[in-house]
Design a protein around this ligand. Structure first.
Ligand SMILES: C[S@@+](CC[C@H](N)C(=O)[O-])C[C@H]1O[C@@H](n2cnc3c(N)ncnc32)[C@H](O)[C@@H]1O
Length: 291
């Protein structure tokens, strides 16, 4: 199979998966993209600010500040599929233009919209039509006049050059089959001096195949995750500077439980358990486009 064909297959599988999630989601429940366990997230919890902090997988209220989550309806919070809180990381100010890569049901767009205010503007981009439909229905429900959703791929962003102040993304870039192209597109779309604030799953060090398979079966997001060093160099190669990555480790018992529920055990393949639990994590990533 050619590389092109493989990439097309992966993209189709990703789109199918999120179509199904969007189509079957019902408000009052928590959508789940990664496991048989009923957690509302794809990947983990980024409720904590401290560097290297170990956190527990939990529901939407734990991912975001309670006060933020409370401002949004269940149609939005229940369809939250991220692994962090990029809006808090972005420290937005009124009047900014914001782009959300892989906006899903729109949670981060609506939170960003509240912060940039009527003078600001938020664009959410997603390649899954069923997800876009949910996001647009949510926009009407929330009354978010400064938020819009566009159908598109993050590898070919439907925005003009140097038009965006801040790019956010929540557990999406790891799903891309061409991450260097995503970073190049982010650079093109951003105005000089603009900022990236991304939550994403990354790996650290060589992962034994058995481990990668068992974790990816659980986490979904992990299978395409980049090594942290590759992530940093990919962002730098696109032209960004001041790249910072802060790990937020996953809860060990829950990783164990989730993998066991799928009928497997984490295969250590010679690694210590300590190394295994730190091999995959949700990362807070920030960077800047030079002026
Ligand atoms: C894990 S969900 C995260 C959704 C949202 N960011 C959140 O936090 O709830 C991934 C989303 O990214 C979209 N997506 C995945 N790959 C994409 C790509 N290459 N281009 C555009 N959207 C993509 C999917 O359709 C899905 O809505």
């Amino acid at each position: 199979m050619t590389q092109e064909k493989i990439e097309l297959n992966v993209r189709t599988a990703v789109r199918d998966r999120y179509s199904k999630i969007a189509e079957t989601f019902e408000a009052g429940t928590a959508a789940d993209c990664c496991s048989d366990t009923a957690t509302s997230s794809c990947c983990g919890d980024s409720d904590a600010d401290a560097r290297n902090e170990v956190v527990h997988l939990s529901a939407i209220e734990k991912f975001y500040k309670e006060a933020d989550a409370d401002t949004l309806p269940e149609e939005v919070t229940g369809l939250s599929l991220g692994c962090g809180d990029p809006v808090t990381l972005a420290a937005l100010t009124p009047g900014q233009s914001v782009l959300d890569l892989g906006s899903g049901g729109g949670i981060d767009c609506f939170l960003a919209g509240q912060q940039v205010g009527p003078e600001g503007h938020v664009i959410g981009v997603d390649m899954t039509p069923a997800m876009l439909e949910k996001a647009r229905a949510n926009k009407a429900k929330v009354g978010a006049d400064n938020v819009e959703f566009r159908l598109g791929e993050i590898e070919h962003l439907p925005v003009s050059d140097a038009s965006i102040d801040v790019i956010i993304s929540n557990c999406v870039i790891n799903l891309s089959t061409d991450k260097p192209q995503v970073f190049r597109e982010m650079y093109r779309a951003m105005r000089p001096g603009g900022k990236i604030a991304v939550s994403d799953m990354v790996t650290e060090g060589e992962l034994p195949n058995g481990l990668k398979d068992s974790l990816s079966a659980w986490a979904g997001c992990v299978s395409g995750a980049l090594d942290v060093e590759e992530y940093i160099s990919g962002i730098k190669e696109a032209g960004f500077v001041d790249v910072e990555i802060t790990p937020v480790y996953l809860d060990r018992d829950q990783v164990d439980d989730a993998v066991r529920q799928l009928g497997g055990e984490i295969q250590l393949d010679g690694l210590s358990k300590e190394a295994v639990y730190k091999a995959v994590f949700s990362a807070k990533i920030t960077a800047r486009k030079p002026v």
